[in-house]
Ligand binder design. Structure first.
Ligand code: F3S
Length: 427
C-alpha cells in the first residue's frame, strides 16, 4: 500500500504508540482488501470497546479503559495510552439505556461501568449521539464526503440518500480512523463501484413506511450485496421510509448502496445510475413479491397473543413519534403487553418538550434511547411474542432472543399493544 509521508510517520510511531497501532491496523486491513492507498476522513461513526458489553466482560480488572480500547478497537494486547480523537467522531448505539436500566433488567453495577465508559469516550472528544441513526440528529455528511461508518442501516442511508462515501466498517477500523483520520480507499469510496448492477421495476405504489420496509427486504434477498436501481417510484419517500427501506435491504442481503431513479442524488436518471454498467438482472416488484416479503418477515410469528411491542428500528425520528402519538393518544395498553419505543437521546428531549413522552407514558408505554432490543439483547422479562413495525427488527429479534415476532404497520402494532392480540395482515 502506498502511504503519504504523514501516514508513514504515523506508522513509524512519530505521533505516538496508539496512532502507530491504529495505522498498522489500517494498513493490514487495507492490504487484505487490496486497497492501494488510504483516504482522509473527517467523519467517523463507530462503537468504542469502552461501551458495554465489553466492559461487562472486562470490568476494570485488566488495565482500565485504555486496555479495552487497545484490545477491542486497535486489536492490540499491548495496552497503549489512547489520545483524543483526531477527527469528528460519533458514537453509535450502546448496549443499554442508562435511564431505563431497571426496566431493561440491567444491574446497577453495569450502569455504573457504562457511565464511566461514556465519560471516558466524551473525554476523548467522541460525540455521544448514541444512535444507529446519527443522520437524524446532526451528523449529516455531505455528498462525496469520505466517511468511516459502522451500522449497516446508517451506511446504506448516507451512501444512497446523502451521496456520502463509506463502506460498512467495523469496530477496529472505525476506532483506528478516529485516531488517524484515515480509512482504506476501496469499495464505495470509488466512483465506479457505486454504479447500479440490478434493475428493479415497481409494479405498485409503495407508500407506507411498512411497505418501504417490505420492498427493501425483497430487494436485499435478490441482489444480496450488489447495487439495486429502483424505477417507477410514484411518490417521493420521506426520511423514515428510506430509513426502513435501507435497513431492511441491509438485513436480508448486504446492500450498502442503492439508487432510486430520479430521486437519490447519484441517480438523476436511470442511465446515470448505471453509468457504464449494464444491469446483470432485471426484476419486477408487484403484489406477489410484496406478499413473499411479508411472509418472510412474519416467518417466526405463530401465536396471536402478543406481549411485547418494539418500535424504533432504526431509531424513530420525531416525525414517527408524532405519528405514533396520534395513534396512541387516549388509549391504554393491555395489562399483558409492554411497548418500548427507541429514539436518539436528543430526539427524546424533543419528545419530552413537545408532550409526546407524556402521551406515551400515559398509555403505559416507554420511550427509550441509546440502544434497542435486538442489539442490546433487551426485552421485557418473560416476553415470548413480539410485534414490530420494522422488518429489520422482525428479522433479528427472533434470531437473537429466541422469541416470535410479528411484522406490520405502526397501527397494527398499536392495536396489538392495546388488545394483546395480533390482527395485522396485508391485502
Ligand atoms: Fe438500530 Fe437496533 Fe435497529 S441498533 S437499526 S434499532 S436493530
Amino acid at each position: 500500500m502506498k502511504l503519504t509521508d504523514q501516514e508513514q510517520a504515523m506508522l513509524d510511531g512519530r505521533d505516538g504508540k496508539a496512532k502507530q497501532k491504529a495505522m498498522d491496523l489500517l494498513v493490514r486491513y487495507g492490504e487484505a482488501l487490496g486497497a492501494e492507498r488510504l483516504v482522509d476522513t473527517r467523519n467517523v461513526c463507530g462503537t468504542l470497546g469502552a461501551s458495554t458489553p465489553f466492559l461487562r466482560q472486562y470490568g476494570q480488572s485488566r488495565g482500565g479503559l485504555d486496555a479495552v480500547f487497545s484490545e477491542f478497537n486497535l486489536d492490540s494486547t499491548e495496552v497503549v495510552e489512547i489520545p483524543k480523537v483526531a477527527v469528528f467522531s460519533s458514537h453509535l448505539q450502546h448496549g443499554i439505556d442508562p435511564e431505563h436500566a431497571e426496566r431493561q433488567g440491567v444491574p446497577v453495577e453495569v450502569v455504573k461501568l457504562h457511565r464511566k465508559g461514556e465519560a471516558w469516550a466524551a473525554g476523548l472528544g467522541v460525540q455521544l449521539l448514541n444512535t444507529c441513526a446519527p443522520y437524524t440528529v446532526g451528523n449529516v455528511p455531505t455528498r462525496g464526503e469520505h466517511c468511516a461508518w459502522m451500522e449497516s442501516s446508517a451506511v446504506i442511508y448516507i451512501n444512497s440518500v446523502l451521496g456520502a462515501r463509506t463502506n460498512a466498517e467495523g469496530r477496529e477500523s472505525t476506532g483506528s480512523a478516529m485516531l488517524t483520520g484515515k480509512i482504506p480507499y476501496w469499495g464505495y469510496h470509488i466512483e465506479e463501484n457505486r454504479l447500479g448492477t440490478h434493475l428493479v421495476e415497481l409494479d405498485l405504489d409503495v407508500q407506507s413506511t411498512a411497505d418501504w420496509g417490505l420492498l427493501g427486504y425483497y430487494i436485499g434477498e435478490v441482489v444480496q450485496d450488489r447495487v439495486p436501481v429502483v424505477t417507477g417510484v410514484r411518490e417521493v419517500p420521506n426520511l423514515a421510509r428510506l430509513k426502513h427501506f435501507g435497513a431492511a435491504a441491509a438485513s436480508s442481503g448486504g446492500v450498502e448502496m442503492y439508487h432510486l431513479a430520479g430521486i437519490t442524488p447519484e441517480a438523476p436518471s436511470l442511465e446515470a445510475a448505471f453509468g457504464k454498467n449494464r444491469p446483470v438482472e432485471k426484476f419486477r416488484y408487484g403484489r406477489a413479491e410484496r406478499r413473499i416479503a411479508y411472509e418472510a418477515a412474519n416467518v417466526t410469528a405463530k401465536s396471536p397473543n402478543v406481549d411485547f411491542i418494539m418500535l424504533g428500528c432504526p431509531h424513530y425520528t420525531i416525525e414517527q413519534i408524532w405519528e405514533l402519538c396520534k395513534l396512541l393518544e387516549g388509549k391504554k395498553l393491555s395489562p399483558n403487553t409492554e411497548m418500548w419505543i427507541f429514539t436518539p437521546r436528543q430526539t427524546k428531549h424533543l419528545a419530552d418538550q413537545n408532550g409526546y413522552t407524556k402521551i406515551i407514558t400515559d398509555a403505559g408505554a416507554h420511550l427509550m434511547s441509546d440502544t434497542c432490543s435486538a442489539m442490546g439483547r433487551l426485552i421485557p422479562k418473560g416476553a415470548k411474542v413480539a410485534a414490530a413495525d420494522s422488518v429489520k427488527q422482525a428479522h433479528y429479534l427472533p434470531a437473537i432472543m429466541g422469541i416470535e415476532c410479528w411484522f406490520g404497520t405502526t397501527a397494527d402494532c398499536v392495536d396489538a399493544a392495546v388488545s394483546g392480540r395480533w390482527s395485522g395482515g396485508i391485502d
